[in-house]
Design a protein around this ligand. Structure first.
Ligand SMILES: Nc1ncnc2c1ncn2[C@@H]1O[C@H](COP(=O)(O)OP(=O)(O)OP(=O)(O)O)[C@@H](O)[C@H]1O
Ligand SMILES: [Mg+2]
Length: 268
């Protein structure tokens, strides 16, 4: 996506999501420590970090899948720390997990209905089914097919669509480009940006494809070993030497840098 095609996002200063000194662990293993971050209304924020840095753990902590051992999570100005994940969804926060979990034996349409299970406005649900079909026309063609028979990219489209069916104010996306071709990655991100611009959905995106993430997001955090080591607007992050070297190195170093890059990171 070129910079020229971007419109300034309707970002306001109001924090939709705020983490303060959050610490989460798996048994004795502390996965994130003292994480503080904020995502403003209308913004696309991103978290960059190598494998195991704790990106997924942050998203799971926000959506209530993991309860933090310290710190607080606020959503639209209210605490949601330790709240049941289903209640967090009904408050307007949807999580598209890593690995695009769809219900493989249910049809595409039933997967979408599952995403809307908390809603009572049947007309609104029907309208939103049409809206996601407009974003991803292939899903309309496959509406009655089992979701498990879709390709990886199509399953990612369905996972995003299912999250949209809950009519979220904030959507968390965990590695939307995982395992997808560069072309499909671009297509998915174009739609992600449209969702942000057209529906005003605030997004927090975790992505291995740092170039893509830094191009579409407004603000970014860099996570290393469970701690945030840098944060700034993506315009500024793109100019920082460490970011260029560690996260955008593949582009600048070309073939010669390949060995170094492989040692550091498994880019997709
Ligand atoms: N279920 C679990 N049980 C024990 N340790 C875990 C579990 N899930 C994650 N971890 C550990 O917590 C740390 C953070 O993992 P996390 O999945 O959040 O990283 P990530 O940044 O999402 O990595 P990736 O880029 O590979 O998806 C890692 O050290 C990982 O080994
Ligand atoms: Mg992860």
């Amino acid at each position: 996506m070129s910079d020229e095609s971007r419109i300034d996002p309707p970002v306001s200063d109001q924090a939709m999501l705020k983490l303060t000194n959050v610490e989460s662990a798996y048994g004795p293993i502390k996965a994130i420590r003292g994480v503080s971050l904020a995502v403003r209304r209308g913004e696309i924020a991103t978290i960059l970090g190598s494998n195991g840095a704790g990106k997924t753990t942050i998203l799971k902590t926000i959506s209530g899948i993991i309860d933090p051992i310290k710190g607080s999570v606020e959503f639209k100005g209210e605490p949601i720390t330790g709240m049941d994940p289903a209640r967090i969804v009904t408050r307007g926060l949807s999580h598209v997990p890593e690995g695009r979990e769809v219900f493989p034996l249910l049809s595409v349409m039933d997967n979408l209905r599952m995403g809307a299970y908390t809603r009572r406005d049947r007309d609104g649900v029907a309208r939103d089914v049409e809206a996601v079909f407009a974003y991803f026309p292939i899903l309309k063609e496959r509406a009655n097919q089992e979701a498990g028979l879709l390709s990886g990219g199509q399953q990612q489209m369905l996972a995003i669509s299912r999250a949209l069916m809950a009519k979220p104010d904030v959507m968390l996306l965990d590695e939307p480009s995982l395992g997808l071709s560069p072309k499909l990655t671009r297509e998915i991100f174009e739609i992600v940006v449209r969702i942000n611009r057209e529906r005003g959905t605030t997004l927090l995106v975790v992505e291995q494809n740092a170039l893509m993430a830094l191009n579409v997001a407004d603000y970014g955090y860099v996570l290393e070993n469970g701690r945030i080591v840098m944060e700034d607007t993506t315009a500024n992050l793109r100019e920082k030497e460490d970011i260029k070297e560690f996260y955008l190195g593949m582009k600048e170093q070309g073939v010669r840098g390949e060995r170094r890059w492989k040692k550091k990171k498994n880019w997709r």
